[in-house]
Design a protein around this ligand. Structure first.
Ligand code: PMT
Length: 219
């Protein structure tokens, strides 16, 4: 524990796939299980940080000492993170934020053959939460993930630059045994100042521990 630079630092971690409502019983989401984000929260708390987990997932055990804030949509997640941002030292965006949401969401269940009957869904773009934080950041250390199915490092480096983050964790999500909803992960960590670091396939808690160590070395 404890000789980590994260000791007493305020760390916010996002986890899970956002749910974008179509109506009161239907939504758009993705395969993110929250496992990576929860593992990061546990590792950060173990390193002595004060941890807030902003998550769409609430059926996983909350690590000891971690404050859980549950949200559903990208807009709710953005609000939960931005309202805390000034007080934070580190933000790690492990959540899979939906890039789109339905243009309208109805407060009741859409009925087949009614006036609301749905054969086409109009979507609008969600804000990019991480890019917004990149614009606002002062002292905060920002960590993004990049979920890619091709050109892993190239696209991840573009996200590092475009979103003005300090570290990007490139995650190949084309393989079933790592990435979304699996127990293991394998990632490449990229920063502006160091050459890339490959973390070979391992259980998410182990990957999380190594990521927290790397973040601690950078702040
Ligand atoms: O939850 P698990 O099942 O354990 O799976 C873990 C994971 C694969 C979801 C995780 O490791 C991961 O890669 N998370 C990022 C998924 C993602 O949305 O990647 P992206 O490349 O689309 O987004 C890049 C970064 O911008 C991410 O940090 C994302 O949180 C953030 N983002 C994206 C879109 C958006 N509108 N707002 C954002 O803040």
């Amino acid at each position: 524990q404890s000789n980590s630079h994260l000791k007493h630092k305020r760390v916010l971690i996002s986890a899970g796939g956002t749910r974008e409502r179509i109506d009161s019983v239907r939504y758009i989401t993705n395969d993110s299980s929250g496992k990576m984000g929860y593992a990061l929260a546990k590792a950060a708390a173990y390193a002595g940080a004060t941890v807030t987990l902003v998550s769409t997932i609430h059926n996983l055990p909350v690590p000891l000492g971690v404050e859980l804030v549950t949200v559903q949509s990208a807009l709710e997640m953005q609000q939960a993170i931005e309202s805390r941002f000034d007080q934070l030292d580190v933000v790690i965006m492990a959540a899979a934020v939906s890039d789109y949401r339905p243009a309208q969401s109805l407060a009741y269940k859409i009925k087949k053959n009614s006036k609301d009957d749905l054969t086409e869904l109009k979507l609008v773009k969600n804000p990019d939460i991480l890019a917004g934080l990149g614009q606002k950041k002062q002292h905060q250390f920002l960590v993004g993930f990049a979920a890619e199915t091709s050109n892993l490092e190239k696209y991840a480096l573009t996200k590092l630059a475009d979103k003005h983050v300090d570290m990007i964790v490139a995650n190949d999500v084309s393989q079933a045994n790592i990435g979304f909803n699996s127990d293991d992960n394998a990632v490449t960590v990229l920063t502006n100042t160091q050459k890339s670091i490959r973390l070979a396939q391992a259980a998410k808690p182990l990957i999380a521990q190594k990521l927290i160590e790397l973040i601690s070395q950078h702040i």
